[in-house]
Ligand binder design. Structure first.
Ligand SMILES: Nc1nc2c(ncn2[C@@H]2O[C@H](COP(=O)(O)OP(=O)(O)OP(=O)(O)O)[C@@H](O)[C@H]2O)c(=O)[nH]1
Ligand SMILES: [Mg+2]
Length: 258
């Protein structure tokens, strides 16, 4: 069977949403399926990676060295690292070209805004080649399960989608931490915004009006359709990510080896 090669999955999401653990679990799942998978770590401050990345930004830039050298705190140093990352984009690309792969899983930095909103993320994606690329946007379940939190994450996801203009899938991460009925409710909010209105209206506090306006704006712009749930602990939802990639880039063909 023909295999398409080199699908890149950029894993983005707010701090602690599960990007790194998903990179690891998805790699294991895909390898079990007979796929060649490379991983890329773009977090210069990562101290405890569960996987061994084929390409690791820390080989070029280390957050703690930057903090020491420039006398910066972690946030200032992250900003500097993000800009340095853009300068290293071609080297990252050359390192990646050394591998023959079906999938590349790109684990992005904890502070999502540095990758998503500074030029570095854009430059890196352009350097690696945006063809055959998908953005997997993780929605932290702690935020996603409240109506206001869900609206905020949808806004964030939409702004990332506008910024990168790549096929994007929204993923509720750590689904093993949610009750089945909570997952059903979140899925309903995604497909039927009226149900979200009802919940937002009954919320208390000064954010209520703002969230309602945000939701109206989201409806006008168009809420995104595709949303799946994933648990890296339980290896659930991995096949959905894979199937989506097949659907988008493989013309429906199975990418798995014989
Ligand atoms: N129960 C459960 N916990 C998870 C899952 N995925 C990640 N976690 C936990 O969530 C925490 C954060 O996970 P990470 O993968 O480090 O999150 P991250 O988005 O890479 O974090 P930063 O890079 O710091 O932004 C860790 O304590 C993980 O063990 C999951 O599927 N289920
Ligand atoms: Mg991480």
């Amino acid at each position: 069977m023909d295999k398409i090669e080199g699908v890149k999955i950029y894993i983005l999401g707010t701090a602690g949403s599960g990007k790194t653990v998903l990179t690891h679990s998805l790699q294991i799942w895909m390898q079990d399926m007979g796929l060649e998978v490379a991983t890329v770590n773009l977090d210069p401050g990562e101290t405890n990676l569960p996987y061994s990345p084929e390409v690791d930004i820390r080989d070029w830039i280390n957050l703690y060295d930057v903090m020491d050298h420039f006398g910066l705190g972690p946030n200032g140093a992250q900003i500097l690292c993000a800009d340095e990352l853009a300068l290293k984009a071609d080297e990252v690309k050359r390192s990646l070209d050394e591998f023959d792969y079906d999938f590349v899983l790109v684990d992005t930095p904890g502070q999502m805004e540095l990758f998503a909103y500074r030029e570095s993320g854009r430059i890196l994606i352009d350097a690696l080649g945006s063809e055959n690329s998908i953005l997997a946007f993780l929605l932290d379940p702690v935020m996603a399960k409240t109506p206001g939190g869900f609206v905020s994450l949808q806004m964030l996801s939409l702004s990332v989608q506008f910024r990168f203009s790549l096929p994007q899938v929204n993923i509720i991460s750590k689904s093993d931490t949610l009750k089945e009925e909570t997952i059903e409710k979140i899925m309903e909010w995604n497909t039927e915004p009226e149900s979200l209105y009802d919940e937002l209206i009954s919320e208390k506090g000064i954010l209520k009006e703002m969230n309602l306006e945000f939701l109206r704006a989201l409806e006008i712009i168009g809420m995104q359709g595709s949303m799946i749930t994933v648990s890296s602990e339980e290896y659930s939802g991995m096949e959905d990510i894979y199937n989506l990639a097949v659907q988008i880039f493989g013309g429906g063909e199975d990418l798995r080896g014989d």
